[in-house]
Ligand binder design. Sequence first.
Ligand SMILES: Cc1cc2nc3c(=O)[nH]c(=O)nc-3n(C[C@H](O)[C@H](O)[C@H](O)COP(=O)(O)OP(=O)(O)OC[C@H]3O[C@@H](n4cnc5c(N)ncnc54)[C@H](O)[C@@H]3O)c2cc1C
Length: 522
Amino acid sequence: MRGGARPAGPAVSGWAPHRIGGPATLSCDVLVIGSGAGGASVAATLVEAGRDVLMLDEGAHIDAARAPASVPESFRRMWRGSGILAALGTPPVAYAEGRCVGGGTEINSAIFQRAPDTLLDDWAKRYRIAEFGAVELGPYYDRAAKVVNATPPPPDAGLPTDILRRGGAALGWKVVELDRGTRRCVGTNYCSLGCPTGGKQSMTATQIPGALSGGLRLIADCRAARLRLRGGRVVEVTAQARGADGRRHRLILRPREVFVCAGAIHSPALLRRSGLTRCVGDTLRLHPTLKATALFDEVLDAHDARLPLTAISEFMPDRRIGGSVTQPGLLAMSLAEDWAERSWLMPEWRRCGQYYTMIRAAGTGTVRPLPLAAEPLVRYALTESDWTQLARGATELARVMFAAGARHVYPSIAGHPGWASPEEVLAQADAPLSRTRTSLMTIHLFSSLPPGERSDGVATDSFGRVSGVENLRIADASQIPEAPGVNPQATVMAMAYRNAEAFLAASGTETRRTAFRERSAA
Ligand SMILES: Cc1cc2nc3c(=O)[nH]c(=O)nc-3n(C[C@H](O)[C@H](O)[C@H](O)COP(=O)(O)OP(=O)(O)OC[C@H]3O[C@@H](n4cnc5c(N)ncnc54)[C@H](O)[C@@H]3O)c2cc1C
């Protein structure tokens, strides 16, 4: 995030969500709740097939031309809970989600990765998911890659990226270049604040405007409160929407079909609030991530460079080492975990970089709505093997930083003295981490409504249809059966296209059956 003047942005995009004038009742063919990676992919597919689609999002639409100028402003306008949310446990895991039109894709780094083929095939078998696997998902991943224009990073991506390249090369570890969904990106490094130039190919830059021109109706600032069920069908959805007068109004929606795409936390929360509890929000998974601050001799100016666009893939999919957004405010927050010992690094901020190790954990968590509270209670517990993986990951992260030329490395563990040499790292290699002083975070959440035909542990059928409810489907990160070990957006989009197409195929058959019944009755 550059200091000084903000980069010049595009003109206002020319589209805006619909605003209601007061309390209203609306009907539609398909209601899509949530406009992130999953919801926008469903809406685009259904609009293209000629369906009458209404999409809601709890958050506001933030046009690129009016993107936030600072971290606090972005947290307030675009991040759920102003960026302060945690899954409770020992330790708690801080998590982040988008809350705006376009969801997480508006504040993410747009890194595009397919889940490993072996994992997809394994999930197909273990969860008994029909027509699922590397081959079956291939065309959907291709479509997602095309939509977001997934392309490799430029060779001159900057010093923070080179650090991982040279550390990996020195240790002989595999390094991958990370494709990103961008078009004419000028490298402002404002990705996680809301892209100010429209270069990041988020949902508001791609599928949402396309679907709006095809007839999609979109209502922003509109939170779905409850689904009302009768006779195994959703008959009504109640919501609260901010109207043109700035006041909140009650909205009643009468859709024929509903896709819930509110993300891995809020989709199960909405289902549970509506009385649907079987395997709902019982199997939340995430990628526990441990950050470290590394001090180098050279000036990195990471705040003024692109986010690191390489990753150490030597230990993937179990563990990955990558780079975080680094800028003075975020560095200060991180050093504040142990200010007495680490504040000396603050004046050295231009020579600091923040990197992380992320694990494909086996731990699971739960999501439970709380009466009168907007955010549900989220709990998460790591397993013993997760702690072993994290300890290994911390050692590997420190090793690669020293191999790239770091002088000091401090993991996000309060009271940890940090490492001053690679020898110190090796002397303490894989030492168990403190369970109460380690600060973990995640930006990847999934698996809270897994699909499949198993008799236990799945919330929907193979194509996202909720068990026991004829017209209710899920298409978002909650459907990814387990942690993929890679960035999830591509898999969310691929699975959403697949669920939307399965719905179209099934409803085509249904329409033909109804027409046949009507003809034969005549
Ligand atoms: C900081 C950050 C960086 C990331 N970087 C990457 C990356 O580089 N690459 C990658 O692949 N992934 C990345 N991710 C993860 C990725 O963005 C998510 O996995 C993805 O957006 C999930 O898609 P989704 O459709 O499940 O949910 P979301 O995209 O979160 O969309 C859900 C939407 O539903 C809305 N909603 C929720 N409840 C309701 C309700 N009751 N009524 C109406 N609307 C509701 C929300 O406001 C939100 O807009 C990142 C995430 C974050 C937070």
